[in-house]
Design a protein around this ligand. Structure first.
Ligand SMILES: Cc1cc2nc3c(=O)[nH]c(=O)nc-3n(C[C@H](O)[C@H](O)[C@H](O)COP(=O)(O)OP(=O)(O)OC[C@H]3O[C@@H](n4cnc5c(N)ncnc54)[C@H](O)[C@@H]3O)c2cc1C
Length: 407
């Protein structure tokens, strides 16, 4: 069995986001064959409008086991600000949105802001991604081979499929069924978009903190986040891009607000911003008329439960395995650990130490336990920080951004 597994170990990776690409890099290093598929085309992969930054902290410990040393050396290219010093921040400052007063700093282990786009571009170096391949179906045949079928009518076969296709994962639906894969809505919504401010305001925001700063408004619990997303020229603050995020509990939205239209969203965003202390007030009010704000609802996989991995043939990684609300900054960090663990599991299969079924089952059990724990803690964080009464009982006070442990 293990001898066959060692020979037949072609891995199909669906999704060339951070987790899929890190797996590809790790398998390449281990000389394990793979093919990686991505639904976006070569051009939309670079131009998609939804990009954001992420706080990388404890998860960075899992990168070096997969990336070749020359890319580890260049990891600062993925930073929102490539010149960022390792000690640029020790944690996330959280302010009272009405007064500007600092409430606390949410502790973190070596926090960096990384750009989702730059990280993908670094991780894909040397990897042959099959673009324009939107997965429609995945199945395991009687011969034990995995077949993946794409929207363009093409298909491919392999020995193991790992779904790295994000929060709305089609692979998850193929593994557990559409009903069981469904996400649960959380009654918290957000505007999350990139924006460039003028030089004075850009400098003022970063004087608060080089990476990020956030605030909660005591009157309605709305969170207003500002973080650096791109610094093309450190000497020209007007070239910097910031990530702007406002999130709120849905029932705090006044009946007069119309979030179904772009003008209605912007009016709501600006009316809330006008209630803020500096620099959030200026940032919110500076957003130009006509800006189209995307509206996202918080979601997580409440139905997560042990899945049938078909003797180790089908599995999940990253947001596909544990989509979570973003307020504790854990999704990427867990995705990186998943990727490193998956590569380590397949290395064991290749060396003959264990068979595929056992290796993937052990991987799955750990991902499910860690992912479910974090989805629930992140949910608590999301619900608690959007309410002034419960803010100080939220997980951030006790555990900061540190990794959750079962005990
Ligand atoms: C506003 C916001 C802020 C966040 N902040 C943080 C943070 O500070 N720290 C943190 O740790 N995490 C954060 N996260 C979470 C983080 O962004 C994700 O956990 C991480 O990007 C997941 O990576 P992934 O590789 O699993 O999925 P993705 O990066 O979503 O990649 C999935 C890939 O699969 C492709 N794909 C999708 N469907 C198909 C298909 N059917 N066929 C083929 N390909 C497909 C997609 O095009 C995409 O390229 C944040 C999330 C949000 C929304």
């Amino acid at each position: 069995m293990a001898a066959d597994d060692r020979k037949n170990l072609h891995v199909l990776i669906v999704g060339a986001g951070t987790s899929g690409l890190l797996i590809a890099q790790g398998l390449k290093q281990a000389s394990i064959p793979f093919t990686i598929f991505e639904s976006e085309t070569t051009s939309t992969y670079q131009t998609r409008p939804r990009e954001w930054g992420m706080t990388l902290h404890w998860g960075s410990n899992h990168i070096a086991s997969c990336l070749p040393p020359e890319l580890v050396e260049r990891f600062n290219e993925a930073y929102a600000d490539p010149l960022q010093k390792p000690d640029a921040a020790t944690g996330l400052p959280i302010h009272n949105g009405k007064t500007g007063e600092l409430i606390m700093e949410m502790a973190a282990e070596k926090p960096y802001r990384v750009s989702r786009k730059k990280m993908r571009n670094l991780f894909k170096e040397g990897i042959d991604v099959q673009y324009g391949k939107q997965l429609e179906n995945a199945s395991v045949g009687e011969d034990g081979k995995v077949k993946v079928e794409f929207k363009d009518g093409s298909s491919a076969t392999g020995d193991v499929l790992v779904g790295c296709d994000g929060a709305k994962s089609r692979v998850r639906e193929c593994v557990v069924g559409v009903a069981a894969a469904k996400l649960t809505n959380v009654p918290v919504s957000m505007f999350n978009f990139p924006y460039k401010f003028d030089a004075e305001l850009s400098s003022r925001i970063r004087e608060e903190n080089q990476l990020f700063t956030t605030s909660i408004h005591p009157d309605h619990g709305t969170m207003f986040w500002l973080s650096i997303q791109d610094v093309p020229d450190p000497n020209k603050p007007e070239t910097w891009t910031f990530q702007v995020l406002q999130s709120w509990v849905d029932d705090t939205v006044p009946a007069s607000a119309d979030l179904t239209t772009f003008p209605g969203r912007l009016a709501f965003f600006k009316s809330r911003s006008a209630e803020w202390a500096e620099p959030w007030r200026s940032a919110g009010l500076a957003v130009a008329e006509g800006t189209q704000l995307p509206l996202d609802q918080g979601t997580y996989w409440e139905r997560a439960a042990k899945w049938d991995n078909r003797s180790g043939r089908l599995t999940l990684c990253g947001d596909a395995a544990h989509p979570m609300t973003p307020h504790r900054g854990q999704g990427l960090n867990n995705a990186l650990q998943d990727s490193a663990n998956f590569v380590a599991a397949l290395r064991k299969v290749k060396s003959g130490e264990v068979g595929l079924a056992q290796a993937v089952q052990e991987y799955d059990d750990e991902v499910l336990e860690r992912g479910t724990l974090e989805m629930n803690i992140s949910l608590k964080q999301t619900l608690f920080i959007h309410n002034w009464e419960t803010l100080m009982q939220s997980p951030m006070v006790k555990m900061g951004m540190h990794q959750a442990k079962k005990e």
